[in-house]
Design a binder for this molecule. Sequence first.
Ligand code: ZN
Length: 276
Amino acid sequence: MSIELFENTNHKGASLFTTNVDRKNLSDTKVGNNPSSIKMTKDKDAILLFKKKNWKGEVFYLRGKNQIADLGNGDKKGKNGFGNSVSSVRVTPFTVKVNITIVTGDNGALPGNWSSRNNATADINTIIKMTNDFFDDEKALLKVKLSDLTFRADEKRFRMSEKEWKSIPASWKNAHEIDIVFPNTIEGAVGLGKFPWSGKFCLVSAKRSSVDGMARTFVHELGHYWGLSHTSKPANIMTQSKTGKHITKSRLKDAQIEEIQQKLARNIARKGDRIE
Ligand SMILES: [Zn+2]
């Protein structure tokens, strides 16, 4: 037990342990609708506080050791508007499903350095694992699950020009999942993530020197999909990289995790992306 919510400010009143336990609706707990302060005692602790029940509405994300005497006070490490109004909490990851297309040439040529379909499938599974290890290390409370992996022949999209960036065929999309396409090359880019308001898919060029580089691009484009912009901080996953930095050397800031979770809580990215 390492995360404790309190009914009143300054860690007073009734308390509730939430470690390893998600609460969809706090109103049936002794803390009721009034968790006003929090204690987190372990480095690996992470929690999402929501203003509405069922993990919806405004989000306040915290990770690591924290002692916040007043959750609603921005000057005291709290977040303005959160005092007495947390209605649900989440300490286990949300899952998002991804639907992956690997584009082949019309003659069946595989993109990148892939030598066989089995080889490509193994690398995609490694990329998914690296992504989940990354989210785990960052305590982002996110998990990616591969729902479909399909090889599709499309000579035009195998070497994707700017014209093909705009859209992918409707048959390549799955409802309530994030559609990710691996072509051989993308004109002028190693990846592309459509912001939620301008599109609903991600592209990752398979022509990278390493699986690590593709994994980093994969998470970077997911970041765009969830609305994150570029940053100039060298170690951040949202820094532009043409050299394929290693994913394990990349980081996410608290504010970026909060932003992603905020998008999913509001279903702005795409209705149904988040699986509860
Ligand atoms: Zn980018």
